[in-house]
Design a binder for this molecule. Structure first.
Ligand code: FMN
Length: 236
């Protein structure tokens, strides 16, 4: 099922329900915002009801081959009484049971007073992604401050996620995917699209380019770690 979707992902529509960041879906899930006293509030089962019913209805009306994802906030970053990874795992299990294909692991945004600076590190979302994928048995998407191809590859190879979602690195470099393929792919199988291949895609130069890429990334990464900054400040 997933292999089938994975192939399809390259060509078809994906629908993602947004149950994160304080948008409507997440306000039902979080005990900080859901203060209802009917069957849609209170217990975890009740707070999940709106999200599960909505996802179920969407799953039943969209084509079977259209992947359905759900974005959640894996934590509210509240010590007492907020939504957390344990509840996310339970929710993910239920989403899986109704045919949701992947859980996109974001965080926060439900309450206004949180200082995200020290909290919203990549590790929070990536670790939650690994936990949810392992414990709920549903493919997850890791998102947040993924910049380097090797960083993305480590998350995939380490079973922290099945999908990598990238935002700002793509804004910084719309050719990010080519760079990643160049750095990671098998030189015998990877080929740039024709307009680029005649210039930079020569197989003879593959190893040279790959080594260069590795050294540049390594140098940038080391410098950023030395500066205590996770996100490289460079224009590629
Ligand atoms: C300026 C800005 C606005 C964003 N707005 C939204 C939003 O409206 N909805 C959403 O789901 N995520 C939003 N995000 C989060 C992104 O979808 C993504 O999860 C985040 O940028 C982390 O990925 P990145 O580090 O690869 O950019 C926003 C991020 C930024 C930087």
């Amino acid at each position: 099922m997933w292999d089938h979707h994975y192939v399809k992902l390259r060509v078809s529509l994906v629908i993602e329900l947004h149950y994160a960041h304080g948008y409507l879906g997440s306000t039902w899930l979080s005990p900080l915002t859901n203060t209802r006293t009917d069957r849609y509030g209170g217990s975890l089962e009740n707070r999940m009801r709106f999200g599960l019913e909505t996802a179920h209805r969407v799953r039943t009306v969209i084509p079977k081959e259209t992947p359905l994802f759900v974005r959640i906030s894996v934590t509210d970053y509240e010590v007492d009484g907020g939504w957390d990874v344990t509840q996310s795992v339970e929710f993910a299990k239920r989403l899986k049971a109704i045919g949701v294909d992947a859980v996109d692991c974001s965080s926060g945004g439900v309450v206004a007073h949180v200082d995200y600076g020290p909290l919203n590190t990549p590790e929070v979302q990536h670790k939650a992604s690994a936990t949810i994928q392992r414990e709920a048995g549903i493919p997850t998407a890791a998102v947040g401050k993924i910049v380097h191809p090797f960083q993305a590859e480590r998350l995939l190879q380490g079973n922290s996620a099945t999908l990598i979602f990238i935002g700002r690195a793509f804004l910084n470099n719309p050719h990010w995917a080519y760079g990643a393929a160049d750095a990671l792919a098998n030189p015998e199988s990877f080929k740039y699209p024709d307009p680029h291949d005649w210039f930079i895609g020569w197989k003879a130069f593959y190893k040279w380019r790959q080594d260069l890429h590795t050294y540049v990334i390594l140098a940038i990464t080391l410098e950023d770690y030395a500066n205590g900054d996770y996100i490289p400040r460079y224009q590629s």
